[in-house]
Design a protein around this ligand. Structure first.
Ligand SMILES: [Zn+2]
Ligand SMILES: [Zn+2]
Length: 382
């Protein structure tokens, strides 16, 4: 006959937990140990076993009849001839409603009600993956367009090189935790607004392992982890845009107890360009063209990302006309080719004219039969 399981301590609740207490505890744990929330295959395996156990405990305790029988006879009651059909506690429909991708942190809610008594129960006991780190890097418009190598500074958790992450001073022994007597769990009674509440929680001294280091490493005070500032060179790929990020695998916080490192995410902050607006891989600008050139047509100089180029506009171009130059935009990220450059011409009307210019322009206007009196215009044009 298998050893009877303690469903209450599996869910981290007391023997007199209400249906709501059970539901909260279950949801929190199911979220934590959900296979989809794990980062490595090893974590996934460990979490799956735990996840099944949590579901088994909840399916029994959430059912009043099963719970009553369990309280009297333990988890082996079906073998004692009472339950019959209770062998199916493993599996079945899991209650995931409400926490598929939700942002509400159940732990915060529980923490505020129970004074944080639950939160230490989630401390990982085995190897755990290091946290991901997010940082930003500032880029010039052209750096984002054509790519660049950048040095960034990151402060992160790294494995202590003095003890190689073990947390133990050289030659130090591993001994049984005196706080929990090696059980890894401690019973805590708390007075809350909902009355006295007794819970079994993970021992904070040994993080549930039941073992502690006799003499901790001095450099990391036994944590096996130290904070370090690092300069990391990143390769910003050509074509990246403002707000996009690149990820560097394993460059985040160090994992604990041999767990894998987290990742580093670098978010791009791209400065605007003095001429160009970016829209995807296309860029656009306004170009001012002298009035005479608009009328006569011919080559004009237009700005490009690399400098400038000549572009031929036709005779009689009007203000507001758009032109497109292919492949003069932003290089396609992780691809081939470039976006386009689009520019809009605006007529550049001279603000001041010499007497000679005014005379010529007046003569010119007369050829169209227009009546122009520049002096009068100065008076009424205000
Ligand atoms: Zn150390
Ligand atoms: Zn302990």
């Amino acid at each position: 006959m298998a050893e009877s399981k303690d469903y209450y301590s599996i869910l981290g609740v007391s023997k007199d937990a209400t249906a709501d207490d059970l539901k909260r505890a279950y949801r929190k744990l199911a979220k934590q140990y959900h296979p989809d929330a794990q980062h490595t295959e090893e974590d996934k395996k460990n979490a799956e076993a735990k996840f099944k156990e949590i579901n088994e405990a909840y399916s029994v305790l959430s059912d009043d009849n099963k719970r009553a029988q369990y309280d009297r006879f333990g988890s082996n009651f079906e073998q004692a001839g009472f339950g019959g059909g209770y062998g199916g506690f493993n599996g079945g429909a899991y209650d995931f409603s409400g926490f598929g991708g939700m942002d509400i942190d159940l732990e915060d809610i529980l923490g505020s009600v129970f004074g944080g008594g639950f939160s230490s129960a989630k401390k990982a006991q085995g190897p755990s993956r290091g946290a991901d780190i997010k940082t930003t890097v500032s880029l010039k418009f052209e750096e984002a367009a054509f790519g660049v190598k950048k040095d960034i500074n990151v402060t992160r958790n790294e494995k202590c090189d003095s003890c190689n992450g073990s947390g133990a001073k050289a030659g130090s022994k591993i001994i049984t935790c005196d706080k929990c007597g090696g059980r890894g769990k401690v019973q805590v009674t708390q007075n809350t607004i909902m009355g006295a509440f007794s819970t079994v929680k993970t021992c904070d001294k040994c993080s549930g392992s039941g073992k502690v280091i006799e003499t901790p490493c001095e450099k990391c005070t036994g944590k096996g982890i130290v904070r370090k500032s690092r300069k990391i060179e990143i390769n910003v790929p050509a074509g990246i845009d403002d707000g996009q990020a690149i990820s560097l695998r394993g460059e985040g916080d160090a994992g604990k107890k041999g767990g894998p490192n987290g990742d580093l995410y670098v978010i791009m902050k791209v400065a605007p360009h003095k001429y160009f607006k970016r829209n995807g891989y296309d860029i656009s600008a306004n170009v001012r063209v002298p009035f005479a050139k608009m009328a006569l047509g011919g080559d004009i100089k237009i700005p490009t990302l690399e400098g400038e180029m000549e572009f031929n506009i036709p005779e009689g171009t009007t203000s507001g006309t758009k032109f497109r130059v292919k492949e003069q935009g932003i290089p396609i990220l992780n691809g081939r080719g470039r976006g386009n450059l689009e520019f809009t011409v605006d007529v550049d009307v001279p603000k001041k004219l010499t007497d000679k210019q005014r005379e010529i322009l007046t003569e010119f206007a007369k050829t169209f039969g227009e009546e122009v009196n520049p002096k009068k215009r100065n008076i009424f044009g205000r």
